[in-house]
Design a protein around this ligand. Structure first.
Ligand code: TA6
Length: 279
């Protein structure tokens, strides 16, 4: 275990961002004229063998404990591996960074895959996760860009755009089977849902007087998570009261929407954040 080096800063007139080679982890994105958009726990680990709490964890090549359970580490190995970071480039009003992780997998997941994350920080934040099957057999994997967003107070926000979508409710004691979203999502307890959705999602935050728009491509699922009181208290890398100031809205391909790649094939999932002031 070693302490993490400082992240790579991406600065341009339109925004400031920071990216760790550890896990290809975006830990900051602040567009000009706005408050920071990505939430980071004050209690986050900063060790080379642990995931960072906050920002945009890259969950790959499985989500949670995997589709059949029992997989470790949680959310896959990619977020605790050192990715190869290529040089940053500037184009007009954005800075772009490419990171890659190649490997033959693990004993539990013995599949050679190449993952490439492209981060483009400007007036919007755009991520593309491209996975290539570098082996000679088909492989099925899960992926999520597990984005933590800053909110003024989780009890005041609403998530718009998932109305009528089906979801799996992973909160403790939740009903089994597919549920059906009625209207906007508001928060009054631990919320942990995997939606089937390809539409844009809007986080409306009256306290910070802004809306955050989440746009996805190549992503069949959106995950919405807030740990609330008990789960926050149970996580050593999450402050007991920090649940009030964050929500995760993730782009993903998980569970029944896991991606199968033939040898030599690639798949790209896109995830974009935009911020607007509420007038
Ligand atoms: O995306 C929501 C979720 O799967 C929750 O179930 C919770 O476990 C969260 O991810 C955080 O997982 P982590 O392994 O980063 O603590």
């Amino acid at each position: 275990m070693a302490p993490l080096p400082s992240p790579r800063k991406l600065t341009c007139d339109a925004a400031t961002a920071a990216v760790h080679a550890h896990g290809a982890h975006v830990v900051e994105w602040t567009p000009a004229g706005h408050l920071p958009v990505l939430w980071m726990s004050a209690e986050s680990w900063a060790d080379s063998d642990k995931p960072i709490r906050g920002g945009i964890p890259v969950c790959f090549p499985w989500f949670g404990a995997g589709r059949s359970g029992g997989m470790a580490p949680a959310h896959g190995y990619a977020r605790i591996q050192p990715w190869q970071m290529h040089g940053a480039t500037q184009d007009g009003d954005a800075s772009t960074l490419v990171l890659e992780l190649a490997g033959s997998g693990t004993a539990a997941f013995p599949h050679p895959l190449l993952a490439r994350l492209t981060v483009r920080s400007g007036r919007e934040l755009h991520l593309e996760l491209t996975v290539t099957n570098t082996g000679d057999a088909p492989v099925t994997f899960e992926e999520a860009l597990h984005t933590y967003l800053v909110v003024g107070d989780i009890r005041d926000v609403r998530v718009i755009g998932l109305d009528e979508c089906q979801y799996v409710d992973k909160a403790p004691g939740a009903a089994a089977g597919l549920q059906h979203q009625i209207g906007d999502i508001v928060f009054a307890g631990e919320t942990d849902r995997v939606y089937r959705s390809t539409d844009d999602i809007v986080l409306e935050d009256p306290r910070l007087r802004r809306r955050i728009i989440v746009r996805r491509s190549g992503s069949a699922n959106a995950v919405v998570w807030n740990p609330w009181i008990d789960k926050a208290a149970a996580m050593p890398d999450f402050g007991d009261d920090e649940w009030q100031g964050m929500v995760c809205i993730e782009g993903a391909n998980v569970l029944g929407d896991a991606i199968e790649l033939q040898p030599g094939a690639s798949h790209t999932m896109g995830y974009t954040l935009a911020v607007e002031h509420l007038t």
